[in-house]
Ligand binder design. Structure first.
Ligand SMILES: [Zn+2]
Length: 346
């Protein structure tokens, strides 16, 4: 009995080590990390393809997204060596797990601020929505839930981040909420605009409406003439998608472009200038006008996708992969009941 227990433990231990090794394989290559000065005491920090920003003042640091715990721990050590002041504010761009996770690392010294919709989106959704189509494929025993052993892909990789109540199954509601269990909720929320001040510096958060997520904020650093936005503002890079509609995206980028800035800082890929931010808005206006003109001329979606090449944006990342999808989305919106939402006339 005793021997059997030992053997069982040894097997479990080896299996556990093997599972750990497998889980760690993708992370064997250390993440690309770094800190770049933008201007004055404003910096942009990188974790692979994700970026955040922070502003150092004599009384402490105001930072944006924590990205994840591991990155935040690294950043905290960098702050301790380089600046020797604590983080006083964490200002969230939005609730998505890949930007907003890991805030607990800063909870000892910081106040967390987000748009008020962030709290609603982090809460478990009411009711019990059905599994998504992808999750239905995972649900081998067809009990309407995804057990840990059934999970695959992102649900398997981030199972604990989906499993809000820790019951080892993921429900439709938990899937709808997203893998946000490691997002430290904001203790301070705002509705339209919110300014924090520290050490003689200001940062203003402005609500961006419903583009991409319903809780997005743009951060404005007026003294540094800089803005920071994750996922909505992109530099020489098309948006991944235009949910919920292109009108919401035009509204959000109009709000960003109305701010006084020179440095356009993003949560992914390149940073740029005011001119680049204006280009991001102009792309949405050009593609909306092009689709509207195509529909007006009686062209089919396929014909518009072929002819509306938007060559001015050919050098942009994702031009080849996203343009046709954007045309299809705008086409659907324009053919629907709310044409004003897609023409940018709002
Ligand atoms: Zn993102």
């Amino acid at each position: 009995m005793r021997l059997l227990t030992c053997v069982a433990l040894a097997v479990a231990l080896v299996a556990g080590l093997a599972a750990d090794a497998i889980a760690q394989q993708p992370a064997q290559k250390p993440p690309q990390r770094g800190i770049v000065n933008i201007t004055g005491q404003l910096y942009r920090a990188q974790n692979d393809n994700h970026y955040t920003v922070f502003l150092v003042t004599p009384e402490g640091i105001i930072m944006s997204d924590p990205i994840n715990r591991d990155f935040s721990r690294w950043l905290k050590a960098e702050f301790a060596t380089r600046f020797k002041v604590p983080v006083r504010y964490v200002l969230y761009t939005h609730k998505d797990w890949d930007h907003a996770s890991g805030g607990v690392v800063w909870a000892d010294t910081a106040e967390f601020v987000g748009h008020r919709n962030m709290l609603t989106l982090l809460a478990p959704p009411a009711g019990n929505p059905p599994l998504t189509a992808d999750a239905v494929k995972m649900d081998a025993n067809r009990n309407g839930l995804v057990e840990r052993a059934e999970a695959s892909g992102g649900v398997a990789e981030r199972f604990a981040l989906f499993d809000y109540n820790g019951d080892q199954v993921v429900s439709g509601a938990e899937l709808a909420r997203g893998s946000v269990s490691d997002v430290y909720p904001p203790g301070t929320v705002y509705t339209d605009r919110h300014t924090v001040t520290l050490g003689g510096k200001r940062v203003t958060m402005t609500y961006l409406g419903t583009a991409h997520s319903e809780d997005s904020s743009v951060l404005h650093f007026p003294d540094e003439r800089a803005v920071f936005s994750a996922d909505i503002l992109q530099i020489k890079r098309l948006p991944g998608g235009l949910a919920p509609n292109v009108g919401a995206w035009i509204d959000a980028l109009t709000t960003i472009n109305a701010l006084d800035f020179e440095h356009a800082l993003t949560g992914h890929a390149l940073a740029g200038t005011k001119r680049d931010a204006a280009d991001a808005l102009r792309y949405l206006e050009d593609i909306s006008r092009g689709v509207a003109a195509g529909i007006g001329a009686g062209r089919s979606l396929a014909e518009i996708q072929k002819s509306l090449t938007l060559d001015a944006y050919k050098g942009f990342e994702r031009w080849d992969t996203s343009r046709e999808g954007h045309i299809a989305a705008i086409y659907a919106t324009l053919r629907g009941s709310r044409p004003g939402a897609a023409t940018g006339t709002r």
